[in-house]
Each structure stands twice: as C-alpha cells, then as structure tokens.
Design a protein around this ligand. Structure first.
Ligand code: APR
Length: 261
C-alpha cells in the first residue's frame, strides 16, 4: 500500500512520535565539515576520486602507493569537525532513547539506527552511538595476513608509511570497503533490518547511486516505512519519498525537528 505524500507538519508529527527511526547518510552531510563529496555538482570542493576506486589487486601490487592516496584522506577526516547536522542526529537519537525510558513497558519497541556510507567517523564524534559504517572507516586498518586479519586503530603519526599489524607485523590495508568488495555481512543485515522495521526513515546527503545502501530505502517503502529525504538536489530516491526537502542536511533536520538554533 503506497502512502500519499506528506507535508512538513505531518513529517514533524511522525518524527516526534515514531518508535523506530532509521537514517541513511552520505557524503553530503559531511560536506559542510570540509570533506568533499564524490558526485556532487562541481564546486570549490572539487569531487575526489571515490575512495573506493582502489582495489585489492592495486593494493597488493604497491601498498605504499595505495597508502599514499589514503593517508591524506585519513588526516583530513581526523582534522574535520562534526557539523550541525551530525549533532542534530545525535540529539534525535537521544529523543528516541527518552521515549523508550518514558514507556518502560514497551521499551524494546524503540530503536534509532544510523547507517552511514561515510568513513569519516563524524557521527560518532557528534555523540551518536548506534552507527553502522556500511563502507568501513578511515580510522582503522586491517591486517592483510589471511590467518590474522585483525582490525587496528590507525596511528596518524605513522603517515605516510604503510601501517603494520600490531599482532603479526604484516602490512595493513585501509579499513574501508572498495568497489566490488562485499560489505561486512552482519553490518549489511543490521542496516537492512533497521530500515525494514523503521516507522520513519531519513535519507540525508546521498546521491543514492550505490547499492545496497540505496536499496534499503526502496525496500522499506514497500513495507510501509515513511521515507523523508534531505538533499539540495533530486536523487533517484526522490520519487519514492513521502517528503523530499530540497535543502542542506542541517536546514532539513532543523525543520523536521522544529529546532531553531
Ligand atoms: N546537505 C545534504 N546533502 C548534500 C549537501 C548538504 N549540505 N551537499 C551536497 N549534498 C548532496 C549532493 O546533492 C549529493 O546528492 O550529497 C550527495 C552526495 O552524493 P555522493 O557524492 O554521490 O556521495 P554518496 O551518496 O555518499 O556516495 C555513496 O559512493 O563512491 C562511493 O563509497 C563511496 O560512500 C560513497 C558512496
């Protein structure tokens, strides 16, 4: 049953009472923090080659060259600060937590899940706890020894060297998902179920070009989830959304959460 479009006041009502909210974010939410997007309209922050343009064959052929392109992004993301949109999503998560506390008899019915395609870690730094990093993180590396494969924090003082596994000394690879690689199966399943069981799903700052992330919203819609998009530009998901706000992430969240400052 496809629901009719909704207006902003109805969207506010739904968001203010929804027990289960899922959020999908993309590079657009971090653009105001100075982190370039991938496919955005050309502008002062010229698009960067998608970080996922790298692959394991290229990496194994020349690990130092792979890290030479990755370290600058790691350092830029470490230096970036969460912006208003990141903080507003952290506040939204706290509102869901408060609703759960206010309804102890149905506490389990309340859930906030933020699925991000971003690797910058800014959602966590803004205080959001339930974050699923679908495409990995810039802040970790993974051992390339098949019998070890441990994931370890990146020590930025090592740049631009190839980080070595603290357990077995083998070269580490960036802790991100490259094009053509499988997502972490548990992360992917948790992300999908968060959308399928959500009452309201927010799709913020993503061109919705990459799957399976873009597919979660489509499937959720078929299950009756109310889809609300925030993006200055139209995307392939716009026509599926019950409301699509043609504004920045921060402006859109302020409007939806009725937050003025
Ligand atoms: N607020 C909200 N949205 C914004 C803002 C903003 N301030 N600025 C730009 N946008 C929108 C753009 O209109 C665009 O639709 O953010 C979107 C960014 O799209 P992409 O650059 O394609 O980034 P994303 O959707 O996250 O890419 C998905 O592709 O290259 C891979 O792994 C990479 O995770 C990435 C995935």
């Amino acid at each position: 049953m496809i629901q009719p479009p909704i207006d902003l006041s109805r969207a506010r009502e739904l968001l203010a009472q929804a027990p289960r909210i899922a959020v999908l974010t993309g590079a657009g939410i971090s653009k105001p923090s100075g982190i370039p997007t991938f496919r955005d309209a050309p502008g002062p922050q010229a698009n960067v080659k998608p970080i996922t343009a790298m692959n394991m064959t290229l990496f194994r052929a020349d690990p130092p060259a792979a890290w030479a392109t990755h370290w600058p992004r790691v350092l830029a993301m470490r230096a970036a600060q969460p912006n208003g949109a990141h903080h507003l999503l952290s506040r939204l998560e706290a509102q869901i937590d408060a609703r759960a506390v206010a309804h102890p008899e149905t506490r389990d019915a309340y859930e906030f899940t933020l699925v991000t395609q971003n690797i910058d870690g800014l959602h966590q730094r803004a205080g959001t706890r339930q974050v699923i990093e679908l495409h990995g993180t810039a802040h970790k590396a993974q051992c390339t020894n098949k019998t070890c494969k441990v994931s370890f924090e990146l020590d930025v003082s090592l740049a631009p060297a190839v980080p070595l596994c603290p357990l077995c000394g083998t070269a580490g690879r960036p802790g991100v998902v490259w094009f053509g690689e499988q997502l972490h199966p548990v992360r992917a399943r948790l992300a999908k179920s968060a959308f399928l069981y959500a009452h309201v799903a927010l799709i913020i700052g993503t061109s919705a070009q990459v799957y399976p992330a873009a597919g979660y919203a489509q499937e959720a819609r078929a299950w009756g989830t109310t889809l609300i998009e925030i993006n200055p530009e139209e995307t392939d998901l716009t026509r599926l959304c019950h409301l699509s706000l043609r504004v920045s992430a921060e402006e859109g969240l302020r409007a939806l959460m009725d937050v003025t400052r």
